[in-house]
Write a new protein. Structure first.
Length: 96
C-alpha cells in the first residue's frame, strides 16, 4: 500500500503495465489493491514468514513470481522478532 501511495496518481494504463515487487507475500488488503489497479505481475521475495491469498491472485490472472529469497526471509524474521506488537497489529492478529 505504501508503494502505491508513494507512486502518486498514475493512469490505469500505467498500473496495467506495472510489476509490483514486495519483500513478502501480499496480504488481503494489498492483494485487493493490486487487483483494483489491474497490476498484472507481483514478484514476491519470500512467503515463508507470511503467505497471503496467492491462489486467489493467480485465479484472477495475476502472475506471481516467488523468489524464496533467504535475505528477505531473514529480514522479515528479524523485523518480527524486534517488533512483535507492530507485526501482529499489521497482520490483524493477537500477539502470541
Amino acid at each position: 500500500m505504501d508503494c502505491l501511495n508513494n507512486a502518486g496518481r498514475l493512469t490505469a494504463a500505467d498500473y496495467q503495465q506495472a510489476t509490483l515487487y514486495t519483500t513478502l507475500s501480499p496480504c488481503d488488503m494489498c492483494s485487493g489493491a493490486a487487483l483494483l489497479y489491474g497490476i498484472p505481475k507481483i514478484v514476491v521475495g519470500e512467503n515463508k514468514t507470511f503467505s497471503g491469498p496467492e491462489a486467489y491472485l493467480k485465479s484472477r490472472g495475476v502472475q506471481l513470481e516467488l523468489l524464496h529469497n533467504l535475505e528477505c526471509q531473514q529480514l522479515m524474521e528479524s523485523f518480527i522478532k524486534n517488533n512483535p506488537a507492530l507485526w501482529y497489529e499489521d497482520i490483524g492478529k493477537e500477539m502470541m
